[in-house]
Design a protein around this ligand. Sequence first.
Ligand code: NAD
Ligand code: UGA
Length: 463
Amino acid sequence: MMITNICCIGAGYVGGPTMAIIAQKCPHIRVTVVDLNEKRIAAWNDPNVNNIPIYEPGLSDVVAEARGRNLFFSTEVDKAIDEAQMIFISVNTPTKTYGVGKGMAADLKYIELCARQIARVSKNDKIVVEKSTLPVRTASAIKDILDNTGNGVNFQILSNPEFLAEGTAVEDLFAPDRVLIGGDTTPEGQKAIQQLVDVYANWVPTDKILTTNVWSSELSKLTANAFLAQRVSSINALSELCEKTGADVNEVAKAIGLDSRIGPKFLKASVGFGGSCFQKDILNLVYIAKSYGLNEVADYWEQVIIMNDHQKRRFAKNIIKTLYNTVSGKKIAFLGWAFKKDTNDTRESAAIYVADDLLSEQANISVYDPKVGIEQIQFDLNYLETRSEAENLKGVQVATNAYEACNNAHAIAVLTEWDEFKTYDWQKIYDNMLKPAFVFDGRNLLNKAELEKIGFVYQAIGS
Ligand code: NAD
Ligand code: UGA
């Protein structure tokens, strides 16, 4: 049976873009993306396609093409489940904030709710696809719920983790390095795998579609993120040593990256990795390893997080130290708040933690980010519960452009590598700052020689 009706539960950073691309590439498949969040669904349905809730280069064009044709966004979850042959679960799986595994394990309550809802609603056989990132062996829990609370229909569970990176989601989905599909080794499991392979084969070359058993697929997702984050922590660890020894981390990264066994990508030293997944997935991996008594394995991966926390902290500490050991009452301009360029996502962004440390030292922060506004910034800071909401409001302003943010500032901190930051009139910015005018470049983005010539005191990561 060919799949002609797909439902995806969760219209977030993964569900939205992934389903938009499936719909665009497979006009014969009706794709309905559902979410409990009415505001989010309304934004996906906004007649002005530039108002969709997620900023990703190229995404609005894809949505414009497919929306209303075979791509639909809705809050009617039951209806979409009922009509679909294949249901993707793409809900959030954050780190638990309570109970056993607090601060480490993945919180699977949203996944379980989806499974129970699918079981309750389904009146015919369905393929359930784990798109969310899940701890290894979650498929067996989902199966248990489906088989014990359902209406006697048959479910096949597949694992199909998503590897897109934010900011490049559309290009990653158009031309993925690989698509991974895990399923049961039974004939029914193999048949379900093939049905999902057939969906992707509409645009992904079949040699890039990898099929495995469910557990390998689930674990590969956590492993991929752990390896990627480990590279960032590795180069960041060395960046501190570079600063002490006169080596330059950019030169070191280039020198080692030319070794084809190491490769050049993901070796950019920074103020620390952010994003909704690296930290959460590694903590989850650490938790799983510990739960099997594998303490050395757990400690090994935990170090990636410890290093990343250190990198964020030492960036803030260095600002304070360099500004004569006090930032109290001083205006510090933040260029960037998102966790990387070309996204409006701020989850776990290093900027949040650097701001938090500087606010504790009574700095006044003025932020400019091309895609992030005051509401989100205040939400991010309030979420930490370090101080009252009123104090966060008092300590952080948001500027409408970078020149305004930097006006009368003692220092600039570059937290996100937005391209536009490179194109500014840096002489003008310098002229309007207090002297000495400091730049702390947490992304090694700006031109050191040019800035120093203007008169800035410029500090980068790892040199
Ligand atoms: P998100 O928070 O942006 O979106 C999740 C959505 O699910 C929310 O809109 C929420 O309202 C909705 N939801 C939760 N429970 C629901 C329910 N019971 N019924 C209907 N809707 C419900 O999260 P995201 O960034 O899209 O991530 C989703 C999953 O994908 C996570 O497991 C994450 O680890 C994984 N992932 C994320 C990325 C990424 O770049 N963000 C990449 C690969 C994998
Ligand atoms: C990451 C992975 O790259 C995706 O494959 C994965 O699907 C996704 O997590 C997920 O599971 O959520 P994402 O977090 O969107 O994607 O973005 P990345 O490009 O990986 O960047 C993560 C963080 O690392 C950013 O803060 C970025 O600035 C930082 N980074 C990245 C560096 O500091 N240096 C680098 O060399 C690369």
